[in-house]
Write a protein that binds this ligand. Structure first.
Ligand SMILES: *Cc1c(COP(=O)(O)O)cnc(C)c1O
Length: 426
């Protein structure tokens, strides 16, 4: 290489640690040979990976640009300042913090900025699409705070805004959390804002899943409505694994202090720099085209799976993901996941609203289009993938014809993946 860059050098990894080198190559093979339909995953660009694999990983930079606890931060300050400016510009936000190590860390900081232990937080029920950090008893959110949960209407499977308001009036939460991990439709942020105002609560939007669609300008932004918006950078947004927070200027100090020093130590400066790269990419017209196709592909997948006999939860999707009730095919969500896995299609079982099955079994699957769209696939491939999923889910493993079906689907999957490679070899 002619540039002075000292970066990802696979040969040195292979020489130093062949076992881990094999894992890295094996994972690339897995990605290249199968279909990744996990709604929370994506493939970052080589530029993002280069920033991640850089010497910025070595730098201690506790604090914020211009206010560090360590010397030698001139370069990383530039990266973080560029990233903050890009985040504010892209999301029309008054303040941005790029340091949270993950989505869960961003949420911990947001809770810490606005709530005291024991405060009531109103958030979406985990069983209906909410996240672990929205009040689970095994998580800080349920252990240190007093969670009250809202859900979806049984008839429409859409968020029950009347219930949100009733619960808010009854419990007077300190904070209301909007956002989910398994909700395929748009969220009415202005309705949440009105309810929060009525009970004088902070409105936090956890946009982890869909912030990339906001960046791509294909769905409405929560930023004008929320006091604080937390998100991950590695889902549709296609950046490095990590978290981010944007907020109103009035909350800037509280947010920054809640991230560092309250809940984190030194920031991962290689990740902060990679977030800046991802934000630049996400501001491009090319990315807007990508985000548009992500939504079109999710809709095409949902439609195709309906043709295969699954029931589309809430009747459709407005985003990058869909939830499918697989009971019409006489399988559980766990079994559907296993059968797709046997054919190199990676997706996850998921509870559906009012699911009678336990979470470990579940009656549904969740599918997402971010990864296959990054690979350049469009509606015709989605229709084909839906047919392959239908065939894989109907095939019973351990029976001769079932195993043959899984092998045939895996072969077709390899053909599609080879035509649209994740991380091409050249
Ligand atoms: C993915 C997700 C998170 C957590 O992100 P991690 O980076 O895994 O900690 C938080 N909230 C929601 C809604 C998510 O979907």
């Amino acid at each position: 290489m002619n540039t002075p860059f000292w970066g990802p050098d696979f040969d040195s990894l292979a020489a130093t640690d062949p076992e881990i080198a094999d894992v890295v190559l094996g994972e690339l093979d897995r990605l290249r040979g199968g279909l990744q339909l996990i709604a929370s995953e994506n493939f970052t660009s080589p530029a993002v990976l280069a920033a991640l694999g850089s010497t910025l990983s070595n730098k201690y930079a506790e604090g914020y640009p211009g206010r560090r606890y360590y010397g030698g931060c001139a370069q990383v300050d530039v990266a973080e300042e560029i990233g903050i400016a890009r985040a504010k510009e892209l999301f029309g936000a008054e303040h941005a913090n790029l340091q949270p190590h993950s989505g869960a860390s961003a949420n911990l900081a947001a809770y810490a900025a606005f709530c005291q232990p024991g405060d009531v937080v109103l958030a979406m029920d985990l069983k209906q699409g909410g996240h672990l950090t929205h009040g689970s008893k095994v998580n800080f959110s349920g252990r240190w705070f007093e969670p009250v949960s809202y859900g979806v209407r049984q008839d429409t499977e859409l968020i029950d805004y009347d219930q949100v308001r009733d619960l808010a009036l009854a419990h007077r939460p300190r904070m209301i959390v909007a956002g989910a991990t398994a909700y395929p439709r748009l969220i009415d942020f202005s309705a949440f804002r009105a309810i929060a105002d009525e009970v004088d609560a902070i409105l936090m939007v956890d946009a982890a899943h869909f912030i990339g669609l906001v960046a791509g300008k294909v769905i409405p932004s929560p930023v004008p409505f929320a006091d604080v918006v937390t998100f991950t950078t590695h889902k549709v947004l296609r950046g490095p694994r990590g978290g981010m927070i944007v907020s109103r200027a009035e909350h800037a100090k509280a947010i920054d202090k809640a991230v560092f020093p309250f809940s984190q130590g030194g920031p991962l400066m290689h990740a902060v720099a990679a977030k800046a790269v991802a934000l630049k990419e996400a501001a491009s017209s090319e990315y807007q085209g990508y985000a548009t196709q992500v939504v079109a592909n999710a809709a095409a997948l949902a439609k195709g799976l309906e043709v295969e006999g699954m029931r589309v939860v809430s009747g459709g999707t407005d985003t990058h993901l869909a939830l499918l009730d697989v009971r019409p095919l006489d399988v559980t969500g766990a079994e559907a996941e296993r059968r797709c896995g046997a054919a190199d299609i990676t997706l996850n079982k998921n509870a559906i609203p009012f699911d009678p099955a336990p979470p470990a079994t579940a009656s549904g699957i969740r599918i997402g289009s971010p990864s296959v769209t990054t690979q350049g696939m469009t509606e015709p491939e989605m229709a084909e993938i839906a047919r392959l999923i239908g065939r894989a889910v109907r095939a019973e493993p351990g029976t001769g014809s079932g195993d043959a079906d899984h092998a045939a689907v895996a072969e077709a999957v390899r053909t599609i993946a080879a035509a649209h490679p994740a991380y091409p070899r050249d």
